[in-house]
Design a protein around this ligand. Structure first.
Ligand code: NDP
Length: 283
């Protein structure tokens, strides 16, 4: 039996359609959600991500500003730009594409963004708000995973949820969101003992490891829901997930790579930007 493929591309198109409709209604009230995207340096993967974010803004009817800064930009110059965008009435959301060059502190950049405009939800204020369960913005990749679970009628309540990976942008917030939805959550990482055994207990298994084909069929319970967050460039030049495609024969539901969790991430960024515009206008 092959798992149901959880189609992130289709859901993404559907959500963007509803954002566009909501944006049209906001525009009638004189509000256009605006996103500023900052890119420092010329990392090719970052350039693709930024281009896709601009494209998504256009699709959702947003106003967008792009700042492509040279790799030699100083931290102070970057913080000055952020301070200016914090004050800009056209800009509801600010995003600085990570990673930034090594001479700039990622934490300083994140901390400089006004938490009300922090649509990536990386600012410590927003991280804290996620922890206590009172938040406007949800980190985009975990938010996309939750939207996919909802779309396919999968309720984490009471289920054994295992998240492999504990990064600040994926693993940790993913675990918190599942916990808020009453999942029984286990977080695994590189020091976890008997990882395969822990994974086999999962009703919902989320892989955010960054290693191609890391989750193999022997690590998956029959009928589990398997979410593959991984984006790994393989030796064949193609994009591969963290989950071995053979897991399709064991799982009940699974996200493909590409076309599963990936497309949802930018769509959730658009959702956060819309939310930011609404909150900033008291809506
Ligand atoms: P990080 O490298 O920041 O984190 C990887 C995590 O995996 C770490 O917590 C690490 O553990 C853990 N890990 C690494 N090796 C092992 C191992 N052998 N056994 C168990 N755990 C291990 O990655 P990210 O969280 O940023 O990203 C994860 C994947 O998701 C990547 O492929 C990335 O490209 C993709 N991604 C996809 C996005 C999307 O839009 N869909 C967005 C963001 C990321 P430890 O902490 O102990 O080192």
């Amino acid at each position: 039996m092959s798992a149901v493929r959880m189609d992130g591309k289709a859901l993404s198109a559907k959500v963007r359609g509803s954002i566009l409709a909501e944006t049209a209604a906001l525009k009638q009230r004189g509000i256009t959600p605006g996103l500023a995207v900052i890119l420092v340096g010329d990392d090719p993967a970052s350039q693709i991500y930024v281009r896709n974010k601009e494209k998504a803004c256009a699709e959702c009817g947003f106003y967008s500003e792009k700042y492509a800064l040279p790799a030699e930009t100083t931290q102070q110059e970057l913080l000055d730009l952020i301070a200016q965008l914090n004050e800009s009435p056209q800009i509801a959301g600010i995003l600085c594409q990570m990673p930034v060059p090594a001479h700039i502190s990622e934490q300083a950049v994140i901390a400089a963004i006004d938490p009300r405009k922090d649509v990536d939800a990386f600012h410590p204020v927003n991280v804290g708000r996620i922890m206590v369960g009172d938040f406007d913005f949800v980190p985009c990749t975990p938010a996309g995973v939750m939207a996919l679970l909802d779309e396919y009628g999968i309720d984490p309540k009471g289920k054994s949820c295992v998240v492999v990976g504990r990064s600040n942008i994926v693993g940790k917030p993913m675990a918190m969101l599942l916990l808020h939805r009453h999942g029984t959550v286990t977080i695994c990482h590189s020091r976890t003992q008997d990882l395969a055994e822990v994974c086999r207990r999962a009703d919902i298994l989320v892989a955010a490891v960054g290693r191609q084909g890391f989750i193999t069929p022997d690590m998956v319970k029959d009928g589990a829901v398997v979410i593959d967050v991984g984006i790994n460039r393989g030796a064949d030049g193609k994009v591969h997930g963290d989950v071995d495609p053979a897991v399709m024969d064991k799982a009940a539901f699974m996200t493909p790579v590409p076309g599963g969790a990936g497309p949802m991430t930018i769509t959730m960024l658009m959702k956060n930007t819309l939310k930011a515009a609404k909150v900033q206008h008291g809506l």
